[in-house]
Design a protein. Structure first.
Length: 152
């Protein structure tokens, strides 16, 4: 796929109703050799900053999911591989933070740290998309991931 193609796909998936984590990860499903439906299921709990608790942005978590699928380790004693994947995910997360000011969902949405998170998702309406930066954040995460993959 060409530059930003996956980022645009991620944004499209988000606008179709997938959560931020699902949208980013699903845009790379073919690259990680996984069925889109499987990726959607495996990342469904990461949306809204993990279970809609407004912690780490779901788009960043989707990015980490793809990075793990592509470059992760499977040996518990491979400290170099562990260090490598953690380092690369931190690199991407820090780039996202530099561009957006935070990787924390509630901060990105401008929510009070004291507001109690609700597990009930908001209905996706035109007003939802107007007041939420999520579609743009999904685009940025997928673009950064796409650029990383294309250069490594």
């Amino acid at each position: 796929m060409s530059d930003n193609t996956r980022a645009l796909r991620a944004q499209e998936l988000f606008r179709q109703g997938y959560n931020c984590s699902q949208a980013v990860a699903m845009a790379f499903a073919d690259l990680i050799d996984m069925d889109e439906k499987a990726v959607a299921r495996l990342t469904s709990g990461f949306g809204g900053g993990v279970g809609r608790m407004r912690e780490v942005c779901g788009s960043v978590l989707g990015m980490a999911f793809v990075m793990s699928a592509l470059y992760g380790y499977d040996s518990t004693d491979d400290m170099a591989a562990k260090t490598r994947i953690y380092s690369e995910i931190q690199l991407l997360a820090n780039k996202f933070k530099e561009e957006n000011g935070s990787i924390v969902c509630r901060e990105l949405l401008g929510l009070s740290p004291m507001s109690a998170p609700s597990p009930v998702p908001e209905k996706r309406t035109q007003e939802f998309y107007k007041k939420r930066p999520c579609a743009e954040l999904v685009y940025i995460s997928a673009k950064n991931l796409e650029e990383y993959i294309n250069t490594h």
